[in-house]
Write a protein of this length. Structure first.
Length: 279
């Protein structure tokens, strides 16, 4: 991506919530993305939203139709996980404080647009630039045996550390990524295997990802960051966004951004959980 092709970062607001250690329901950050997307689509600034959650497990709509999905989600809830069927694409993903989640919320043509891969490429380029600044090279391409597999799996030396999904509104696009920064890729894969062992009992193998326990990694395991590296990676993302801007361009958009009201967020959380409830 050439420097001119980074113009989409101009006017972008950085919303860094990675230090908010709370026990909010996992629907909260998705509701926040949804409401910010509407604001961006109505003429507000584009937003880069960074966040973490202490203990959550989100699944895709296809996962939710597996015969044992409801039982598997109840099992996870009993283990202390906040659970959700998300409205973006993709499949099952575990989240914890070692996983940095990144949403690009951009104005767009919505469901009628042709920019699906353009927007995926933008987020890929942003994460690739952040990883490069830390001394490593990230590439894209599906990693067989990974969880939440797709064409925009990001990997280092063939091991996946990041996946990307997308939510398209009428006038905005929300591109979301999970980035495994700290901890064990294997242990997270084993949790996803345990979910599918319950959720997919009796289902055809083609109905869900065939997850192997040695296809996932973290930036810490690849020696890109050390312990506590989530803050380092979040800073690298911020620097990547700021790279093409002067201080005036960085400061001006913040005054145009409005954090959604608490009651609107509460209502959107309830709406997402109802609309995307398990069958």
């Amino acid at each position: 991506m050439t420097e001119d092709e980074w113009d989409w970062t101009r006017g972008m607001v950085l919303l860094d919530r990675t230090n908010e250690k709370n026990d909010q329901d996992i629907s909260y950050p998705f509701a926040l993305d949804e409401l910010i997307g509407r604001q961006t689509g109505d003429g507000g600034p584009p937003v880069c939203h960074l966040w973490r959650h202490p203990r959550a497990f989100v699944i895709g709509s296809r996962d939710s139709r597996l015969p044992g999905a409801a039982d598997a989600m109840r099992w996870l809830a009993g283990e202390g996980y906040s659970t959700l069927v998300r409205h973006s694409g993709g499949a099952a993903v575990p989240l914890d404080m070692g996983v940095v989640n990144l949403s690009l919320i951009l104005p767009g043509e919505g469901i009628k647009g042709q920019g699906i891969y353009r927007d995926f490429d933008r987020l890929y380029a942003l994460i690739r630039r952040a990883v490069a600044s830390l001394g490593a090279e990230a590439n894209k391409g599906e990693v067989a045996g990974s969880y939440c597999p797709g064409d925009y799996d990001l990997h280092i030396q063939g091991l996946k550390f990041c996946g990307i999904a997308q939510r398209r509104q009428l006038r905005a696009t929300i591109i979301q990524a999970f980035i495994i920064v700290e901890g064990s890729g294997r242990s997270r894969a084993e949790l996803v295997q345990a979910f599918y062992a319950r959720a997919a009992a009796g289902a055809a193998p083609s109905a869900y990802p065939q997850v192997e326990d040695d296809r996932m990694t973290s930036l810490e395991e690849r020696s890109v960051v050390g312990a506590g590296g989530s803050a380092v990676f979040a800073h690298a993302v911020q620097e990547a966004v700021h790279a093409n801007r002067n201080p005036q361009e960085t400061a001006a958009p913040a005054g145009l951004f409005r954090m959604p009201e608490a009651d609107a967020l509460e209502a959107m959380c309830a709406q997402l959980k109802k609309r995307y409830a398990l069958p």
